[in-house]
Design a protein around this ligand. Structure first.
Ligand SMILES: [Zn+2]
Length: 387
């Protein structure tokens, strides 16, 4: 591959920057002249929680590879270069089938498979209670099982990178230790745990909280409770769904201050109807509805069943809802998920030696609007805005 060159403003430093790259970034120079156009660069966004997109469900064992490939190209158009397809709570057979299906797609799709950085398994070892269970089917919730973990690891050909678990289950500490030995990051979520159970999980190696503030009881003891405990635990990085629906601005502001930007991660938690027309869709065992206001709920209920968020809108929302700078919002979508979820060679930002995953965009500082123009994955252009 010949060396390529881009010139624009670095979204994190704000400086006019020339970037040279092949598969990896080979040179990053701050120049004195202003860039010719309103052209900004950031590392490609990383979304560690994507259940489906553009009408394609990653949780189904039967989703065709061509469909997965098509959805990945829609994801590229949102500025994302790496994401974790996410399998939620299901039967033993369905979860194994979905993991096998994703592993085959990753192996068979040379370009799109590289964007599927690793798999996130959210459940089934979560709270069975209404509230913390969220939209996960109760009859499939079960205790941690290191035997099932071993089978997942084999089926996934080593690509499971993240597991969300509720640490109140007996056997959690041994399970976390077993997962850590496989190089899997453990996140706490959909939980009703006590402070002591959260501390034990952190000591065993849990490093993250999944969509903190969601997957929780509608009414909660004021203190102590599992949200305060996780906010106060500095060894946990937290992910947040910033669609303007899952969390009010006040919680988000307080959550980001408690964790600090450096321990905060933007996720979409997008589900299959994301990017589709409003209407009813089948998600495994449940029927969901995408409403005109972009909420995704179980049919006939207020309960949210994932989101229709896309990462570029999430970055905008962080600026609009909480007043973050572009640099802070981009960091929550790039370097922070790379660090906590161990996405290799993506941890430093626009720096020589990191993978040449780039998003080029226009930015309106007044309206906090981002327009994705071009996206590169390993130095290869995978998206260009038309017209
Ligand atoms: Zn969830």
């Amino acid at each position: 591959m010949n060396e390529q060159k881009c010139f624009g403003l670095d979204a994190v430093s704000g400086a006019p920057t020339e970037i040279r790259f092949n598969q990896f970034l080979s040179g990053v120079d701050v120049l004195i002249e202003a860039p010719p156009l309103d052209t900004w660069f950031a590392p490609g966004f990383i979304d560690v929680q994507v259940n489906g997109f553009a009408g394609v469900d990653y949780c189904s064992p039967n989703t065709a590879q061509e469909e997965i490939a098509r959805s990945v190209h829609v994801i590229f158009s949102t500025g994302v270069t790496r994401f974790f397809p996410t399998v939620i709570t299901g039967s033993v057979a369905d979860m194994a089938g979905a993991i096998r299906n994703l592993a085959r797609a990753k192996a068979a799709l040379p370009l799109e498979g590289r964007a599927m950085e690793g798999f996130h398994i959210e459940g089934p070892h979560i709270s069975p209670d209404d509230g913390p269970r969220g939209a996960h089917p109760r009859h499939c919730v079960r205790a941690p099982d290191t035997g099932e973990l071993k089978r997942w690891v084999d089926l996934a050909e080593g690509h499971i990178k993240l597991i969300t678990i509720a640490p109140e289950w007996p056997g959690t500490v041994a399970y976390i230790e077993a997962a850590r030995r496989e190089g899997i990051v453990i996140s706490i979520g959909h939980t009703n745990a006590t402070g002591a159970q959260i501390s034990d999980a952190v000591r065993a190696g849990a490093t993250m909280s999944t969509h903190l503030g969601n997957g929780a009881h509608a009414v909660l003891q004021r203190h102590p409770n599992y949200i305060w405990e996780q906010l106060a635990e500095d060894r946990l990085t937290a992910s947040f769904i910033v669609d303007g629906i899952h969390l009010p601005a006040s919680f988000l502001k307080v959550g980001l201050r408690a964790k600090g930007i450096e321990r905060s991660v933007l996720v979409t938690d997008a589900v299959m109807p994301a990017g589709c027309a409003p209407g009813r869709y089948r998600l495994g065992e449940v029927e969901v509805e995408l409403h005109a206001d972009q909420r995704v709920t179980l049919v006939g209920e207020d309960r949210l069943a994932g989101s229709s968020l896309r990462m570029d809108r999430g970055v905008e929302n962080l600026m609009r809802m909480v007043g973050l700078s572009l640099a802070e919002a981009v960091t929550m979508a790039t370097r922070n998920p790379a660090r906590v979820c161990r996405v290799s060679s993506r941890q430093r930002g626009l720096a020589p030696g990191d993978r040449a995953d780039l998003v080029e965009f226009t930015f309106d500082a007044e309206t906090k609007s981002i327009g994705v123009e071009r996206v590169f994955l390993d130095g290869e252009r995978v998206y260009q805005r038309e017209g």
